[in-house]
Design a protein around this ligand. Sequence first.
Ligand SMILES: [Ca+2]
Length: 642
Amino acid sequence: MKRARMNGSADSCPVVTRIVLAIVTLCAAWPARAEDARPGLARPNIVLVNADDLGINDLSCYGRQDQPTPNLDRLAREGMRFTSAYCGQAICSASRAALMTGKAPARLHLTSYLPGRPDSPAQLLLQAPIEQQLPLAETTIAEHLRTAGYTSACIGKWHLGDRGFLPTDQGFDVYHPGKANTQPSDTEGGKGEYDLTTHAEEFLDAHRDRPFFLYVGHNCPHVPLAAKPELVAKHKDAFHPVYAAMIETLDDCVGRLMAKVETLGLAERTLFVFTSDNGGLDVLEGASAPATTNAPYRSGKGGCYEGGLRIPLIVRWTGRVPAGVVTEQLVINTDWLPTLSELVGAQPPADLDGRSFAGLLLEQQKLAARPLFWHFPHYTNQGGRPAGAVREGDWKLIEHYEDGRCELFDLAHDPGEQTDLSAKHAARVAELRGKLEAWRRSVAVQANAANPRFNGGYAERLYGHPPIDITRLPRTGTALELTERLQPWRTLMDDAIPRPRRKVPSQAEAGAGAVLLHARDAKIHGSKLRYEPEPHKDTLGFWTQPADYAEWEFDLPVAGEFEVQVLYGCGVGSGGSEVEVAVGGAALAMTVQETGHFQRFVPLSPGRVSLKAGRQTLTVRRKSKPGVAVMDLRRVTLRAAP
Ligand SMILES: [Ca+2]
């Protein structure tokens, strides 16, 4: 009877029942419907502080010597610190979309920052198209928690869309953007840190008695770098004095927020998370010197090496998450939505890429093994080029989309990704590349197309033989010393992007473009040769009959000279075939070299051809075949020649 009434409409209930209902509703709102949450747990409040471009090597609790962070070190001592936490993408908006939705940026088609970097003639490939905001159809953490009775605030950086797509359109009740850049003063740092902190404190005061989700998106320590002069002077011996001062400011602000939670008596019912959206900026960008070094990890923001993908992550929940624990278990920021769902007793949406690690937080459970994937089809301001990556166990594979080259690293023995083991472990390369390709297909990624305005000469200067290898910067010296060495590279990078009211240098003018001829689009002649669609193959294979050959037809918009590049693999014992690539009346000869495995693809250039605009036919035929098979052929690329 009681149950029936409870399920009925309040209007039809007697007054007494209505009062009971009101009390039940109040109890449900706070402190918690413990029976709905993880067994035995009250639902926590959530404070999530997301720093901007803060690297894995930027906090003293992560081993940094010249940037003391006493408050964050205390947070780590009082909580769990992650050494192998990853972002969904090593760039702002994409990572934030992953955090907010639990979905991979590749699945969201939001794989770069907003609005994205314009295309440049220095690019062999065009940037993959991206959404221009986080679509409203996606369910954010705030929308999800709202259904569980939470009030949410977004204080600070959002970067997932403007009017119509703001936090308040995506489930947040309160939004205070603050200012990304401020004049340092007695009361403010260089990135609006204290204004954001004050608003966050006000939200905590106002919502202390109900379950809340407070998201603080600090703009610190993103460029342009700025901090109080006295702090800069204090850190004059740091790698970068201004940056070190900004880290102190950030640490101070997080400390204030921690103190507020404690003063309000909420520490035992508040999950306090501190993290970053992507790895540290280790190259010269804008007027600022390289901000930091991500040592021992390679490279930084804007690429697929560990320096860009690994992020700091500290989680404190007094009395629930064990204090002082350091974990090497792999988590990624898409895991937050399902993790918070489990902690608050809500059913996570289906089709997420992340997985809950609540069991790790609360019971130090070992997480089930899984591969982590990244698809980053972009040229970045930091010098990154289109690539994908997969980490499975200790192995990490990076596939470079321009030429199909794969690098393989053993992170257990080589966390700095200094030794490429791909030639030694061809079968593992094929397996991991196959998993990466299968995942790309399963989430229907946006891919790169050939750039019809590609300028080979410019690309060669910028990417072929750059003034400095920006993925292997020296780990010694100061930011200022490094700046001088990076300046020629920075000038080239900046010239690559046409800017309003700025004359584009002659070397950046469009060339004759690029053409990609994929195996899947080939017209096949013969009896055995075929396209093999399996993800680890994705190639023309079974080239056992001497007469079989492949043909592509394509339209060339502009005449020019092109370098032909064949992306192929050849197993042991089958090398030595003479192959002819014919196009536009020219015939280029190449000798197939063994690559160790038919699915270990390497690019080889048999030469250049001059082509007229218009309809073209390209054929690849064997001239001799000493082994069982000619080769596997994944792609032929025509690059506008330097
Ligand atoms: Ca960022």
